[in-house]
Ligand binder design. Structure first.
Ligand SMILES: [Zn+2]
Length: 392
């Protein structure tokens, strides 16, 4: 089995924590005395958040990472940093976040911001009403109702979990699906007429478009905060579901003259939301093969990990990004899906200090159980030998 790991989008979407590889030693920042002292002595986040701390708002600042990242990262600051002024906190957290982006990546991030700006100032949207989140017109009533309580029970009422860690539910109204389809079509028409070269969603899809690049970034942030994060907090706490703070949102297109299928891969996300928007199609099933950490990404599947899912327009699938999957050929018609790759900068930082991922990696869990089985076998045989000796 060969697996295309990290089918990542290369542009640093919203400067968010994608493609996280620590970028070596941080350069010495020019900061005030308090922050400087902290940077040299304790340039580390705490492992568990301070849940009682109320973070500052960073919405009014022009920063190279989204304000929400700073607010959620603040709870992880070393205790002495919590009381310092906001500018010093920003400097400290920015320094940590920049470690994720080596110099080349930073230039790329700047070029990507320019690219996005160029599109947004030239493209005329067709349906402005879908660029702001209107829950009552976007979602089916059952989906919305589950968020009155936002409990495991209220979510389970509208969901099915056909295989462990894969949740499916009715989400978008048909009218909303049609509006998104028509907006994407209009955008692609504009791209072709303007002979504008666009970036495709990731390294694996040749067709489709990045929604964040033509004005949907804020709406998709609201979708993440108000809907995907509450569900992920309940179902995926072990992969940072409660602290999702950035996203990569795009549509993919399959069928004749489009991509046909998609190879076996993992997403560059902690949690992925995948919603079918239409249109008429056959084939295109998603096949899932169990969740794996980096080390175990190419190991075999257990029979209970094998699961196929058939798309239904308006219906969503929610799964861990590390849940290995692929899409079978769309054999007729056209299929368009909306994808939201949701990421947690905190989870990615914490992951560096961990080795055992048995709370979510099927193979880490299997190895752990095997170790336990051996320990029990050894103590049993020792016990029997001791009994034998005392009898003798
Ligand atoms: Zn593992």
């Amino acid at each position: 089995m060969s697996l295309h790991a990290g089918a990542g989008d290369r542009p640093a979407a919203a400067g968010g924590g994608n493609g996280v590889v620590p970028g070596g030693e941080p350069s010495k920042p020019a900061v005030g005395p308090v922050a400087a002292a902290m940077l040299t002595s304790q340039h580390r986040l705490r492992l568990n958040p301070n849940k009682d701390h109320k973070p500052d708002s960073y919405e009014d600042l022009q920063l190279d990472f989204t304000p929400a990242i700073f607010s959620s990262l603040e709870r992880y600051l070393p205790p002495g940093m919590l009381g310092v002024n906001r500018d010093d906190k920003v400097k400290f957290m920015r320094e940590i976040l920049l470690k994720y982006l080596p110099h080349g990546e930073r230039n790329r991030a700047q070029r990507h911001r320019d690219y996005r700006q160029k599109i947004i100032s030239n493209y005329q949207p067709l349906h402005r009403e879908i660029y702001t989140l209107h829950a009552a017109t976007f979602f089916v009533p059952s989906f919305l109702k589950a968020f009155t309580d936002s409990t495991e029970e209220s979510f389970r009422n509208i969901m099915s979990e056909p295989s462990p860690g894969i949740f499916t539910f009715e989400m978008f109204q048909p009218r909303f699906c049609d509006l998104v389809l028509s907006e994407v079509e209009n955008f692609e028409k504009w791209v072709n007429e303007a002979k504008f070269r666009i970036m495709r969603p990731n390294t694996m899809n040749k067709y489709g478009a990045v929604l964040d690049d033509f004005g949907f970034e804020t709406m998709l942030d609201r979708l993440l905060e108000g809907f995907v994060r509450p569900m992920s907090r309940v179902f995926f706490p072990e992969v940072g579901g409660a602290t999702l703070d950035s996203h990569h949102g795009f549509v993919v297109e399959y069928g004749k003259d489009r991509d046909v299928d998609l190879g076996f891969h993992v997403d560059d996300s902690e949690v992925t939301l995948n919603v079918c928007l239409g249109k008429q199609f056959s084939g295109g099933e998603l096949f899932f093969r169990g969740t794996r950490c980096d080390k175990h990404v190419n190991t075999g599947s257990q029979s209970e990990e094998i699961f196929d899912y058939t798309h239904v327009p308006g219906r969503a699938v929610l799964h861990r990004g590390r849940h290995r999957h692929g899409a079978r050929a769309t054999t007729s018609g056209h299929r368009i899906n909306l994808l939201l790759w949701c990421r947690s900068s905190i989870f990615r930082e914490m992951k560096k200090y961990q080795k055992d991922f048995s709370t979510w990696c099927g193979e880490c869990l299997r190895e752990k159980k095997e170790r336990q089985r051996q320990t029990i076998a050894v103590s049993k045989s020792e016990l029997l030998r001791n009994e034998g000796e005392s009898l003798g």
